[in-house]
Design a protein. Structure first.
Length: 122
């Protein structure tokens, strides 16, 4: 065997089901934090563009994002994989729905704004 194979076998020999579930929880929480930050800043950018266009600010999407962030805390307390993955799917579903909804609803304003930035003015 090659040395890399021996290293992988050594790492895998101490990898129990409990360690796997703990690492899965950590990974799920970190992904949830990353998604929350991504959606938050996308909403902030969209809000600034709406402000530039003299439209009302976004409010309810932030509340849904807050709900998903609160639900993310419960990932720490899940007892089994089924509950963990169901909760994770609900959290990511909320976050990606906010992202998709905002992108569809605000697409024209976003494109016009970014077109102004990118276009060369003569």
């Amino acid at each position: 065997m090659e040395s890399i194979d021996l290293i992988m076998l050594q790492i895998g020999s101490g990898f129990s089901r409990d360690i796997y579930f703990l690492l899965t929880k950590i990974q799920g929480i970190l992904w949830s934090i990353a998604n929350t930050v991504l959606v938050f800043y996308f909403l902030k950018i969209t809000g600034l563009i709406r402000l530039y266009n003299h439209e009302k600010q976004i409010r309810y999407r932030y509340y849904f994002l807050l709900v998903s962030a609160i639900l993310s805390l419960f990932l720490l307390f899940t007892e089994n994989g089924t509950v963990f993955f169901a909760l994770e799917a609900a959290i990511y579903g909320i976050q990606y729905t906010i992202l998709l909804y905002t992108l569809i609803l605000e697409r024209k304003e976003l494109m016009y704004y970014f077109r102004e930035i990118v276009s060369v003015k003569e």
